[in-house]
Design a protein around this ligand. Structure first.
Ligand SMILES: Cc1cc2nc3c(=O)[nH]c(=O)nc-3n(C[C@H](O)[C@H](O)[C@H](O)COP(=O)(O)O)c2cc1C
Length: 326
């Protein structure tokens, strides 16, 4: 099932969802290598971009060796969002993003109380204005990521998605939970299906996809044009190849421990290239040990990685667990 998002064509409609603290270049790259067709940066503040905050530019930096990457921005003021999108879409900041994604789902109090993230879902009119302003400022597709609504009594994903569509969005991605649910409960496929039925532009379904079976049932239950995977890809970028094999009706052979360990270390080396050991190692701890989740010795590996401060120590911890399997 191929999907077009403006001028971007995705052969299977399989993307990596944005995750702050996770979807850096290292994670995006290993996911693309396993078949992910579109990834999204961690969210960046539109205001911080306009004020030229250096750290924000490094979060939004895309390198030419990556696959297609969208940059996600958050904010609430149409002019600032437009200005930020224009700056980020210029080729001078690393490589160019293929799209600008607008965050309309972040549930975190600090963002919500500023009227940003999921707070945008309080006002479909503002959503339309923001998307329209951003669209007018860039020459690449604009997409939006929404939730089901703010709480159970205000489910308005259809209205918000339609507002984004009339503002000129080329694709909507929906996480089927409300803001109040945060990450608890289950993503509601009925709501996703309703949004799909209302839209002309493609809809990507998101929430709780951790296996190929989940991916296929998400598509058949909602009729979505594509799927976005977040937590399921952490420590398991192979999920993308598994899903694509399932979509193609091909069999998928389980990825062995050696390739898992190799990929974990490769992701860590990429993160170190970008951020240096001192920043990359503590940040990557939550991801790297997950690669060997379920294998004998995995909890000892996690403890060792948590205590490591250098790449050599992490590598030695992996060598040890690999030896233990023999
Ligand atoms: C640690 C973490 C960080 C996240 N950061 C973002 C973000 O920056 N922008 C965004 O739109 N969604 C963010 N999300 C939400 C995910 O994109 C996704 O919608 C959610 O995790 C549900 O999908 P999943 O079950 O596949 O993880 C984040 C989720 C997690 C767990």
């Amino acid at each position: 099932m191929s999907v077009n998002i403006g001028n971007i064509s995705l052969a299977h409609g399989v993307m990596l969802a944005p995750m702050a603290g996770y979807t850096d270049r290292a994670m995006r790259l290993v996911c693309h290598e396993e078949g992910c067709e579109l990834s999204v940066t961690e969210m960046v503040s539109a205001k911080a971009v306009v004020y030229e905050d250096k750290k924000t530019f490094s979060l939004a930096k895309i390198l030419p060796d990556e696959g297609p990457v969208a940059i996600q921005i958050f904010g609430s003021e149409p002019e600032i969002m437009a200005e930020a999108a224009a700056r980020l879409s210029r080729p001078t900041v690393g490589a160019r993003p293929v799209a600008i994604d607008i965050n309309m789902g972040c549930p975190v109090h600090k963002i919500f109380s500023n009227g940003e993230g999921s707070a945008l879902m309080r006002s479909p009119e503002l959503i339309e204005k923001i998307v329209g302003a951003v669209k007018g400022a860039v020459d690449i597709p604009v997409t939006a990521k929404i939730r089901a609504g703010i709480d159970e009594s205000s489910i308005n994903a259809v209205e918000c998605a339609l507002a984004a569509e009339s503002g000129g969005a080329s694709m909507i991605c929906i996480h089927g939970r409300t803001r109040v649910q945060m990450y608890g409960g289950k993503a509601d496929r009925e709501i996703i299906k309703n949004v799909k039925q209302s839209l002309q532009i493609p809809l990507f379904a998101n929430g709780d996809i951790t296996s190929a079976a989940d991916a296929l049932s998400m598509i058949s239950d909602t009729n979505a044009d594509g799927i976005a995977i977040g937590r399921g890809a952490v420590g398991n970028p192979f999920l993308f190849s598994e899903i694509i094999c399932a979509m193609n009706g091909e069999s998928f052979s389980e990825v062995g421990i050696e390739r898992r360990a190799e990929t974990a270390l490769r992701q860590l080396r990429l993160a170190i290239e970008d951020k240096g050991e001192r920043v990359a190692i503590p940040e990557a701890r939550k991801q790297i040990a997950l690669y060997l989740h379920g294998f004998r010795g995995a909890s000892a590996l996690r403890a060792k990685i948590n205590a490591s401060t250098t790449y050599a120590e992490v590598e030695a911890a992996f060598a040890e667990i690999l030896k233990e399997q023999q």
